[in-house]
Design a protein. Structure first.
Length: 264
């Protein structure tokens, strides 16, 4: 008999299962040490091949696949399971502006692995470039780095990054700009939407549920669990202008909220 799919209703549950619940300070530090050790190991594993591939690849596609391997390792060693709903809505020949809510540092690995190899580049804060080895890997993968303190510079960086995308590669944007403190979906920033309009990129809304339970903002202690990704219907931007920006943000946010478990 086929094993039933994990219950969606349990994803946001604050109750930890007794199998992995930390029993004291020692267990907590063991779990934190386990995660950080594997972050280092996984990064060191992908660093040499990413550096080598970056010498010959101008698209970043090969580096992205290696980054997916990094994400798979992190999810595997932390016993985090990804459930994807609506994957059939994706046309892999199209370059999307992927719009998602943001709850946890685990959102990145979940998206990289859960979207099944759909090529995309991150819009990320430039400060990540300063992280040893990890920053180099991100840069080699042709991600788009922005100065969040300078809106004009950030928009120019996004436009330049989009102009260099290979066929079929999209852009990943956390519309809230940062992780949610409460688990509720915050206001959306306009940058990714404006870039999508200017380049006639369809919007692909994705709702992430459960990652805050796995690793809340401000915490170093991960929990095993389920991260659900619900993919909404793509939203066309062709034929629209910046006058439609607010309406597109409103529509996209409504789609993401409609599939979000802790805030309807």
């Amino acid at each position: 008999m086929a094993k039933p799919a994990p219950s969606v209703q349990s994803i946001e549950s604050p109750v930890m299962d007794t199998e992995t619940a930390p029993t004291g300070i020692v267990m907590r530090w063991i779990k934190i040490g386990w995660l950080f050790s594997w972050l280092v190991i996984a990064t060191l594993l992908v660093f040499p091949p990413i550096t080598l591939v970056s010498l010959f690849s101008k698209t970043g596609n090969g580096m992205f696949q290696l980054a997916r391997f990094w994400a798979w390792i992190i999810l595997k060693v932390t016993a985090v399971h990804i459930v994807v709903r609506g994957a059939d809505k994706i046309d892999r020949s199209i370059s999307y502006m992927i719009i998602s809510n943001h709850q946890s540092h685990f959102d990145g690995p979940a998206l990289a692995w859960g979207l099944g190899g759909l090529q995309f580049r991150w819009i990320a804060k430039k400060e990540l470039l300063a992280i040893p080895i990890f920053g180099h890997c991100l840069n080699s993968s042709r991600n788009i780095f922005i100065d969040r303190t300078n809106r004009e510079s950030a928009n120019a960086s996004i436009q330049e990054g989009i102009s260099m995308l290979p066929d079929g590669a999209g852009v990943m944007c956390f519309a809230e700009g940062t992780r949610s403190d409460t688990g509720h979906v915050g206001p959306f920033k306009a940058g990714g939407f404006a870039a999508a309009l200017q380049n006639e990129m369809p919007l692909l809304p994705i709702t992430i549920n459960g990652s805050r339970h796995v690793l809340p903002k401000g915490s170093l202690l991960f929990r095993r669990g389920i991260i659900e990704m619900v993919i909404g219907d793509p939203i066309e931007t062709a034929g629209k202008s910046l006058h439609d920006l607010d309406e597109l943000i409103k529509i996209t946010r409504h789609v993401i909220l409609s599939n979000h478990l802790s805030q309807q």
